[in-house]
Design a protein around this ligand. Structure first.
Ligand code: GAP
Length: 440
């Protein structure tokens, strides 16, 4: 983890939030490469979950939501973690995070102190915001604790403004905020994070709804595997009854085998009619669906897939990180991020063999300009070729292209593959086709 955290900082993937002023715990800023990675993850998700489907539409709701929404959804009452406090140093922990508690006790025992804990009390995770211009008359709103409710409160709006028929889904990507008691493990548990979610509305039928549930579990697991996470590092885990969130009838997590143990990457939840029924009850508005085929009115049930963009980014990075012991021809070992080409921040790097030969630089710039409108491309002319390869491997760039003296005569370039380190000569006129095929 230390190596990943250091690579992320050094190469511009992820920086600590508000670092200039000493930091703000549980917040992270994504640098040039991190924001490209996140953008690619979100784009792939949107492609699979919305664009390639006829039964799913997207939406984008406000982050700030009325406190009434959260009363209805049950979050003001039940969105809590059990909090305990160390009576010696007053540090607070989640009572269910055994490893962190053990670690804390160890720290004190080194000083020959025995920790006593307060009784667990419920700590609400919603982040409050005070809105309004007049002091004393400010209204409490909440930054959304899950992006889900923005979709459910718009169920009727989406239905009335589209021609969707059940079963259908509404997808959304956006920020969520939780007052986590112990943010940690780098971006894994943050206060501010991004979610990508599907709310899939189905008929209230036990058997059929479970078929959809299994279907979406499969879609989500395949999505991670198809984007290169090794299958031995992924598994499903069912939530025990006492673990279920207040809205869930059933829940399975997709877990990743992280350096700090198997951890939740995404949740697939059967939310039943919880959300729409509660919003109907609290708003007094009809949230039912009229099925014109069977001439029946009902409150649909919801199957939800809910993944974290930041957790996905972190686990994609961890899974792709390799330190190669075998040596390149010049004797230097390398660090390589074997990111799936669809996720790699840059797809191709272009270099002139020598930065001080204007004819090479001119030709290389021409190649670079022709590629950068097609693929995320980067220019590099620092140091020697070996160092440039090393630098691109470390950030996961799948291909490096070198323009040398032969290029000027034969109009071809050297293309070097990140994973195999093999080099091929490719005609400049063939380059876009060649890369297009390889990057799919
Ligand atoms: N709408 C359902 C829901 O929010 P969740 O299991 O609480 O379910 C879904 O969260 C996903 O959001 C998690 O699987 C995780 O990827 C991400 N997530 C949740 N809390 C997070 C946090 N504090 N920091 C980073 N990601 C988080």
């Amino acid at each position: 983890m230390e190596k990943i955290v250091s690579l992320c900082k050094r190469r511009g993937f992820i920086y600590p939030g508000s670092e200039l002023y000493g930091g703000l715990r549980g917040t992270w800023d994504y640098g040039p490469l991190g924001s490209e990675l996140k953008f690619n993850i979100k784009q792939e998700w949107w492609k699979t979950m919305v664009k390639e489907r006829d039964d799913v539409v997207g939406m984008s709701a406000a982050i700030l939501m009325s406190s009434k929404v959260w009363e209805a959804s049950g979050h003001t009452q039940s969105f809590t973690d059990p909090l305990i406090e160390c009576k010696i140093c007053h540090q607070r922990f989640r009572a269910d995070q055994e490893k962190e508690i053990e670690e804390h006790e160890k720290q004190h025992s080194k000083k020959k102190e025995k920790v006593e804990w307060t009784e667990p009390k419920k700590f609400n995770l919603l982040v409050e915001a005070k809105l309004g211009v007049i002091e004393g008359e400010k209204n409490t709103a909440y930054l959304r604790g899950e992006i889900t409710q923005g979709v459910h409160v718009n169920f009727k709006n989406v239905l009335n403004s589209s021609r969707l028929k059940i079963p259908f889904g509404v997808a959304q990507i956006g920020k969520a905020f939780r007052n986590e008691i112990t943010p940690g493990n780098f971006t894994f548990r943050s206060i501010e994070f991004e979610q990508m979610e599907l709310q899939y509305y189905v008929k209230p039928d036990k058997e059929k709804s479970m078929e959809y549930y299994e279907f979406w579990k499969g879609v989500r697991m395949d999505w991670y595997k198809n984007l290169g996470i090794r299958k031995e590092n992924l598994r499903f885990r069912e939530h025990a009854k006492d673990e279920l969130a207040h809205y869930a009838k059933a829940a399975w997590d997709i877990e990743y085998n992280a350096p700090f143990g198997w951890q939740e990457l995404e949740g697939v939840h059967h939310r039943g009619d919880w959300d729409l029924s509660r919003h109907q009850q609290y708003s007094g508005q009809d949230m039912s669906y009229f099925d014109s085929e069977i001439k029946e009115k009902f409150i649909p049930w919801v199957i939800e897939t809910s993944g974290g963009v930041d957790r996905a980014a972190l686990f994609f990075l961890i899974d792709a990180y390799f330190e190669e012991k075998d040596r390149e021809k010049n004797g230097a070992g390398r660090i390589v991020l074997r990111l799936h080409p669809k996720l790699a921040p840059y797809k191709v790097a272009v270099f002139p063999l020598l930065a001080n030969k204007p004819e090479l630089v001119k030709k290389a710039k021409e190649v670079y300009d022709s590629l950068k409108t097609e693929f995320a491309a980067v220019w590099d002319e620092r140091g020697n070729i070996g160092k440039r390869y090393f630098s691109q491997d470390e950030i996961g760039t799948p291909f490096c292209i070198t323009i040398d003296f032969d290029t000027l005569e034969k109009n071809d370039v050297t293309v070097r593959d990140r994973d195999t380190m093999k080099q091929e000569r490719i005609k400049i006129t063939e380059l876009i086709n060649y890369l297009d095929k390889k990057l799919k």
